[in-house]
Ligand binder design. Structure first.
Ligand code: C2O
Ligand code: CU
Ligand code: CU
Length: 535
């Protein structure tokens, strides 16, 4: 009863707020209208016939993470309303359900917000219409429902989804609003890679907890500038995560679902890492790296073969130490406040959680025999190489400068503002664009305020053309660059201080607003995010 009254009141308040907002939007950009006036996501459309229909409900729940008190989290509960029941797997942890769909399927998703905050979900890496992309302007209030409808155009790959509420994304994702979105297709299934229980999605996150096992998130300005760094590593929402395996090959899908932490992942038995896929799906052929640098929001799929291991053997996936001192004052100040000086393993002690610390991510325990004889295919897929000659602007890349100053994080000197498209943010539809992210390559980037920025673009996946860096031997850069993998399709690319990364990005099929931003979620919330208008 009470709830109804409240909902009514909220609706009235919202209505009152709508006209003012709409007027402001129209004043700054006459072509744009916001979610409320457009009634975006309000109803299922009659002419959209979904193969799969899903409901996702966000609500406050208590979940056991440690022994003792349960942890209050923001949990998404999924249900298949129509179609393949395997499209949703609810997770035991705080994670949002894993969604599994096939390329070409049409999906309708009802997002019900039962959380104590406005929110919206974004399908990271998926090429969906602008209005279905979870732009912050479409955030729905508590008690409301947003209806998404789109077709899966992406190739097979490990995508994910997460909250994207303006200035609250970091906190929402931290509280639990993120999950896997796995797409498969015929090309991939024909390969016969390990599947079922031998295909394991693994999301790595860092958190802080208080004595009562409750999530801690301090929103101080220093933390925001650097990004949140937690002392407790969780894999799939679980501390001290262990994977029991059989003596055979596995496909592991790694997602960095952390707010700002960069991982330098390596096997402790010295085996190199065999990468088979990146953000936008399979590579053309497997790539072998000594370790893997995984920035926030990036994904890598790896092939791991335990067939020569003895029962009882244990292998650890670690994040190796790297130099955060080359990453400017903010990176260096994450730990013991000794910015600029060398940090050795163990030197942090006392639970200090600086950016380049070394720690265990997960353990694999070989626990049973298997006779599968999987062979890693030499060729995984065919990737259409984007060509500079096909770009609309082959000689004048769209430059996006990344900067942090005066307690703000900026793109081309600007901070995020809704409905604030500038001339250089308008992109003609069905074009290929040459773009560059400049993190102080020209100018001051290696300086005191230099920070790594994992840059992400909504819409279609892109390809990295080149990296240019002022000093390849710069300590921060040299300590992680062997783990970069710029081949294949990407939607997020790490841009180090003093570096410029050039990409080719297609803008096909859909007009409307698509965001670009830093995926360090604290930076994003500070305003290091802008809209592109594709038209
Ligand atoms: Cu994963 Cu706009 O974000
Ligand atoms: Cu995204
Ligand atoms: Cu950033």
């Amino acid at each position: 009863m009470n709830k109804n009254v409240n909902t009514q009141r909220r609706k009235l308040l919202k209505f009152a707020g709508t006209s003012a907002l709409a007027t402001a939007a129209l004043a700054t950009f006459p072509g744009l209208i916001n979610a409320k006036t457009m009634k975006v996501g309000r109803h299922a459309s009659l002419d959209f016939n979904p193969d799969v229909e899903i409901s996702l409900t966000g609500e406050v729940r208590y979940t056991p993470i440690f022994s003792g008190p349960e942890t209050r989290v923001w949990k998404v509960i999924g249900k298949v309303l129509k179609g393949d029941k395997n499209a949703i797997t609810n997770e035991d942890s705080y994670l949002a359900p894993t969604i599994r769909l096939h390329k070409g399927q049409k999906v309708r998703i009802y997002l019900k917000n039962e959380l104590p905050s406005a929110t919206i979900l974004h399908w990271h890496g998926l090429h969906v219409p602008s209005k279905m992309d979870g732009n912050p302007m479409y955030a729905i209030d508590s008690g409301e429902t947003f209806v998404y409808e789109f077709e899966i155009l992406n190739r097979a790959g490990t995508y994910w989804y997460h909250a994207h509420t303006h200035s609250l994304t970091a906190k929402h994702v931290y509280s639990g609003l993120a999950g896997f979105f796995i797409v498969n297709d015929d090309e991939e299934q024909a390969l016969k890679l390990p599947r079922g229980e031998f295909d394991i999605p693994l999301v790595i996150q860092d958190r802080n907890f208080d004595q009562q096992n409750q999530l801690k998130y301090d929103g101080g300005m220093m933390m925001k500038m650097r990004g949140f760094l937690g002392e407790q590593i969780l894999v799939n929402g679980t501390p001290e995560f262990e994977v029991p395996v059989a003596t055979r090959a596995y496909r592991m899908r790694l997602l960095n679902g952390s707010n700002s932490r960069i991982y330098k992942l390596a096997w402790d038995d010295g085996s190199p890492i065999k990468v088979i896929a990146t953000d936008g799906g399979l590579l053309e052929r497997p790539e072998t790296l000594p370790y893997l640098t995984l920035a926030p929001a990036e994904r890598r799929e790896i092939w791991v073969d335990f067939s020569d291991k003895a029962i009882g053997a244990e292998v650890t996936l670690r994040s190796l130490e790297f130099s955060s001192s080359g990453m400017g004052m903010m990176g260096g100040m994450g730990g013991g406040m000794r910015g600029g000086r060398d940090r050795r393993m163990g030197g942090m002690g006392g639970g200090q959680a600086h950016a380049g610390k070394s720690f265990t991510v997960l353990k694999v325990r070989v626990s049973k025999k298997a006779s599968a004889n999987d062979v890693l295919p030499k060729r995984l897929s065919t990737i259409k190489q984007l060509r500079l000659a096909d770009a609309e602007n082959p000689h004048s890349p769209r430059r996006i400068t990344l900067s942090m100053r005066h307690m703000s994080a900026l793109l081309n000197g600007r901070s995020y503002k809704m409905n604030d498209i500038r001339k250089d943010e308008i992109v003609p539809v069905n074009t290929l664009q040459l773009m560059e992210f400049d993190n102080g390559y020209h100018g001051m980037g290696g300086g005191m305020m230099g920070m790594p920025h994992p840059m992400h673009l909504h819409g279609e996946q892109f390809q990295v053309v080149k990296r240019e860096v002022r000093s390849k031997s710069g300590r921060g850069y040299a300590s992680i660059s062997a783990g970069f993998l710029d081949k294949g399709w990407k939607d997020t690319v790490l841009v180090m201080p003093g570096e410029k990364v050039t990409i080719l990005k297609p803008f096909n099929d859909y007009t409307g607003i698509f965001m670009y931003h830093c995926h360090n979620l604290e930076h994003e919330d500070m305003g290091m995010m802008r809209d592109l208008l594709v038209k």
